[in-house]
Design a protein around this ligand. Structure first.
Ligand code: URA
Length: 429
């Protein structure tokens, strides 16, 4: 059968600043998924989008076409409200680990499909795989049963059936300098979240050096675009714009981030991790019709009970010892003073070079590798006291990690002005 459109015409339209009609855009995504439209053509199209943008209607159609490229999950028969969170990714961002069981402890089911790390940002599945026995791959039936039963929360890998168009497109954007286009990021993230079938969604959109969108105005535009897409698709969506200029918490890595998450679940942990976990949980509960202070379930052990059950349900042992590094290297303060700056991106790169992250999708991560921070901006430090502990299995990795860290922090005379983690909330109009 003859194809109804020609990719070259669509590319020319976008190249010249026009908008692509709904049938043409739907065809383009479908034809690319079935490999009729070639990578070379799609890369020209994505570059034209990066340069000329898309209308809100085009973004909606593109998202919808990517959802239609694969399966759409439904939790309608679950008998529970469902709520999920998506973070645009950052350094030390372990929030999903305490958040999913915390929200589930209020009876709201959490279908948290997560990914692995690439580059300087970590991946939730890599972190959880530091727990001996824990299994990321669940069938749809296992996922449904875990959400319906007393556990209520699932953190697992997304199956290959969800938005396959996005998988091809994302890999192409990665190698053609077209990742940073807001319409493409928004449609990529939201197609997967809408296909996943959650009723409500909170987006943690990061800005600052460790974020994907470093610029505040751009991060806000991304948040507004995604909230509008959620509303168009009937998913109750809000976004929090949160600061990623310094790492979250005191750990960046895998096993050390699990340890810190367990501290939060035990009612302790660093204040910034607790604050963001509670803020996101409150959004998820509110959208599910529950008016509660989620900090209570961290304090009284309910969230911890759900965490332990969730790890066990996926064959992990919540009591097993986590991997520890073979080698450590401590960086100490060169003078007395106050830490005035600690750059999230540099810390992320250093943790990655220690083995916590991967350079290629197929590489393994070293679960014990990463960085423990002993000071954050605003903390007083004394000459000779530890600032960072670097963890690795191979001491040859320390030099390049230290290189990344060398300009990452400053020690000055007085504490910088404290800024809130959550800068703004975006809800649909
Ligand atoms: N995460 C995604 O899933 N897609 C993007 O385009 C960027 C980040």
């Amino acid at each position: 059968m003859a194809e109804p459109f020609d990719a070259v015409d669509i590319i020319r339209t976008k190249r010249d600043g026009g908008s692509v009609s709904e049938p043409a855009l739907r065809w383009l995504i479908d034809a690319y998924t079935r490999e009729y439209v070639q990578d070379a053509q799609m890369s020209a199209f994505t570059m034209a989008v990066l340069l000329n943008g898309m209308t809100r209607d085009e973004i909606r159609v593109m998202t919808d076409a990517m959802i239609a490229s694969g399966e759409r999950m439904s939790f309608a028969g679950l008998g529970k409200r469902t709520a999920d969170k998506h973070s645009t990714g950052g350094v030390g961002d372990k929030i999903t680990l305490p958040l999913a069981p915390l929200v589930a402890s209020y009876g709201v089911a959490v279908p948290q499909l997560s990914g692995r790390g690439l580059g300087h940002t970590g991946g939730t599945l890599d972190k959880l795989e530091s727990i001996p026995g824990w299994r990321a791959a669940l069938s749809n039936e296992e996922m449904f049963a875990q959400m319906q039963g007393p556990v209520g929360a699932v953190i697992c890998a997304a199956g290959s059936g969800l938005a396959p168009a996005d998988k091809r497109l994302y890999a192409l954007r990665d190698v053609t300098g077209t990742v940073e286009a807001i319409p493409l990021i928004a449609s990529s993230i939201m197609s997967k979240k809408i296909a996943e079938g959650t009723e409500s969604l909170v987006l943690d959109v990061k800005f600052g050096s460790g974020a994907f969108m470093k610029d505040y105005a751009k991060a806000k535009e991304l948040a507004e675009t995604m909230v509008a897409l959620g509303a168009d698709s009937g998913v109750n969506t809000t976004a929090l714009l949160t600061d990623m200029s310094t790492p979250l918490g005191l750990t960046a890595g895998n096993a050390n981030e699990v340890r810190e998450s367990v501290e939060v679940l035990a009612g302790g942990g660093p204040a910034d991790v607790v604050e963001l976990t509670v803020a996101l949980a409150r959004e998820m509960l509110q959208m599910s019709g529950i008016d509660a202070d989620p900090a209570e379930a961290l304090k009284d052990g309910r969230a911890m009970d759900t965490w332990r059950a969730m790890i066990r349900a996926q064959d992990g042992d919540p009591d097993a010892a986590l991997p520890t590094p073979k080698e450590t290297h401590v960086v100490t303060a060169e003078r007395d003073g106050v830490m005035t700056r600690l750059d999230a991106y540099d810390v992320g790169i250093a943790a990655w070079r220690l083995g916590a992250g991967r350079a290629r999708a197929q590489d393994p991560v070293v679960h014990a590798a990463g960085i423990d921070l002993h000071a954050k901006p605003g903390d007083a430090v004394k000459k000779g006291e530890p600032l960072f502990t670097l963890n690795a299995d191979d001491p040859a990795r320390f030099d390049r990690a230290l290189e990344a860290l060398s300009g990452s922090y400053e020690i000055g005379e007085s504490a910088p002005e404290a800024t809130p983690i959550v800068r703004e909330r975006i809800a649909s109009a």
